[in-house]
Each structure stands twice: as structure tokens, then as C-alpha cells.
Design a protein around this ligand. Sequence first.
Ligand SMILES: Nc1ncnc2c1ncn2[C@@H]1O[C@H](COP(=O)(O)OP(=O)(O)OP(=O)(O)O)[C@@H](O)[C@H]1O
Ligand SMILES: Cc1ncc(C[n+]2csc(CCOP(=O)(O)O)c2C)c(N)n1
Ligand SMILES: [Mg+2]
Ligand SMILES: [Mg+2]
Ligand SMILES: [Mg+2]
Length: 325
Amino acid sequence: MEGRDTDRAGVGGTVADVGEFGLIREVTGRQQVPKGTVVGPGDDAAVVEAPDGRVVITTDVLVQGVHFRLDWSSPEQVGHKAAAVNLADVAAMGARPTSLVVGFACPADTDAAVATAVSDGMSAEAARAGAGIVGGDVVQADQLVISVTAIGDLGGREPVTRSGARPGHIVAVCGRLGWAAAGLAVLGRGFRSPVGVVNAQRAPEPPYEAGLVAADAGATSMIDVSDGLLADLQHLAESSDVGIDIASESLEVDRKLVDVAGALGADPMHWVLTGGEDHALVATFPSFTDLPQGWRQIGTVLMPDTGVTVDGKPYDGETGWEHWR
Ligand SMILES: Nc1ncnc2c1ncn2[C@@H]1O[C@H](COP(=O)(O)OP(=O)(O)OP(=O)(O)O)[C@@H](O)[C@H]1O
Ligand SMILES: Cc1ncc(C[n+]2csc(CCOP(=O)(O)O)c2C)c(N)n1
Ligand SMILES: [Mg+2]
Ligand SMILES: [Mg+2]
Ligand SMILES: [Mg+2]
């Protein structure tokens, strides 16, 4: 196969065989983490030492047909989403986003106005988080690809990683769950309404400020929900070496989700538990914490042997999005 070098492959099969998270383990296992790295690969963002402080840095790539479709979303909404998913990773470290660097790839026949509208959408969402675009690159490609690197400022705080949860802590969430998944289901069936869930899929609105607030309130770990609540809690549970139980009765299922699910013959609780792309923030706090405004308790941290459960039982079904699956 083109480009395949069996001597160097180190791992057999295709990336689909290895899996998204297996591939991350493979590539990070071969990398040397440089001196001055405070938080290396494995969290929502890295934290590196700079001469005058610590910098939070993270990248997410969005690919046409995988993360968005131009017949589903306006170019501005695509740009908004590309910025939001990265800004949310900075917020999930308890940091304030400051700047974005943008890689933009598209075919030769793309309208220039599409490219500028994507950029405008990114700038507008960055501004909502207090950040702006400071550089980038534009190149030719077979489809639209947007790669964003976001930089954040901890303002002297310690980063809130995925690894600080301990048994007895409470699990809390801020932001929407299941809305973008409902929107995806609607769009996937060729509908364009209700616009509330559809716009949640097109242009998510993560609660950036809540990341800083959680850090100041003593959050012990945090992650943003990109792949699905249960899938992302699994990452947090593995990093912290704990178990987590979610109480389904504490998860509010908005009337809108119930209505959309009814119309599509879907289960709204499945969207809430496993839907990604709303970029809600999930954090753990010591049990005595008065949760900050907007945060609600949804579960508890347990000993590691139980894994991630819902009402004490393992979840029956996919827990979230995984590339190549
Ligand atoms: N090619 C890579 N090389 C080094 N580290 C990587 C690579 N790909 C991913 N990682 C690291 O693996 C960890 C998990 O990545 P992942 O993309 O799942 O996190 P995320 O960006 O928070 O989630 P999502 O992409 O679903 O929004 C991150 O710390 C990321 O930096
Ligand atoms: C056209 C189209 N098809 C499917 C989806 C669903 N989807 C794509 S990536 C992802 C998880 C987050 O991505 P990542 O892990 O890369 O951050 C999800 C839920 C979509 N948004 N658009
Ligand atoms: Mg993340
Ligand atoms: Mg990522
Ligand atoms: Mg993901």
C-alpha cells in the first residue's frame, strides 16, 4: 500500500484496526516530551513553560464531510464551530483563551467568499471567548479542512487536568448535553428544523467562562464533552484512575430533545449520555463544594474497579464518537 513501511509501522493493521485512541497511544508513545512541558499529551490541552509563565496550547482539525457539511451549515457556522471546539479545550484546562492560529485548506474552485466567511465565523466566536486570530496558513486540498490551534492563559492558576478526580468527589456539568446530537439526527434525515437543536450542531456555544469559574471553585479535574458524556468521562476516569457513576435522574432532558426524539423515533437520553459536540464542561469537585452557578451535580467519583456506569450499571451501547469506527 502507498506509503506503508512495514519496518517502521511498529503496529499492524489499519488506523481503523488500531482505533482512534489506540493510534493516539501509538504516536504519543514514540514522541519525546520536551523539557519544560507541564502537561503533555493526554489532556484537553498541553501546558508548556514559557520564559514569563505557562501557556496552554491545543489543536483540533475539522474535515468537510466528517465534522460539517456545507449543505448543512453556513461557512460562518463552520468557522464558529472550528473556533468553539478549540476554545472549549482551553476552557477545560481552567484557562482563558487568548489567540488562535488557523490552517485553512480547500479546493481551487471554492468561492473566496466561503473562505472569508469561515474566517469571519471563527473571529466572531473567538471574540466571544475573549480571543482573536493571530496567524495561520492557507493551502490547496481536495476538501475543506480547518485546523485550529488555540492558546490560553492560566492567569497564574494551576491547570485543571483530567487526572485529579478522587473517590468521593462529585461530578458536575455546565452546558448542554445531547443538543448537537439531536441536531445531527435531524440534519441526517434531511430536515432543517427545529432550529434550536440544528443550530446547536452547526454552531455550538460552549460555556467558556465556566471553566475559569470551576477552576477558581476548586475543580479537581475537568474535560469538555466533544465525543459524548460517557466516552469523555471514560477518558477522565482512566486518567484519574477512578470509577464514575452517573445518576440518570439528575440529567435534565429538555422538552425540545424529547419532542425531536419522539418525531424521529430516537431515545433522547441516549443523546444526552453519548452525544458529542455540545462541548459542555464536566468537572469533579470535592464533595463539600458549593457548586458555582450554572453547574449541576450529575454523579459521583468511585473506586477504579467499577469503570463508568449509569445508575450503577455499565452502559449498553456506544458511549460516544470515535473516528474510523
Ligand atoms: N497526533 C498526536 N500527537 C500527539 N498527541 C496527540 C495526537 N493526537 C492526539 N493527541 C493527544 O491526545 C489527547 C486526546 O486527544 P483528543 O483529540 O481525543 O482530545 P480532545 O481534543 O480533547 O477531544 P476532541 O478531539 O474529541 O475534541 C490530547 O492530549 C491530544 O493532544
Ligand atoms: C457531517 C457530519 N457527520 C458526523 C458528525 C458527527 N461527529 C463528527 S466528529 C464528532 C465528534 C467530535 O469530533 P472530534 O473527536 O474530531 O473532535 C461527531 C459527533 C458531524 N458533526 N458532521
Ligand atoms: Mg477536549
Ligand atoms: Mg482533539
Ligand atoms: Mg474526539
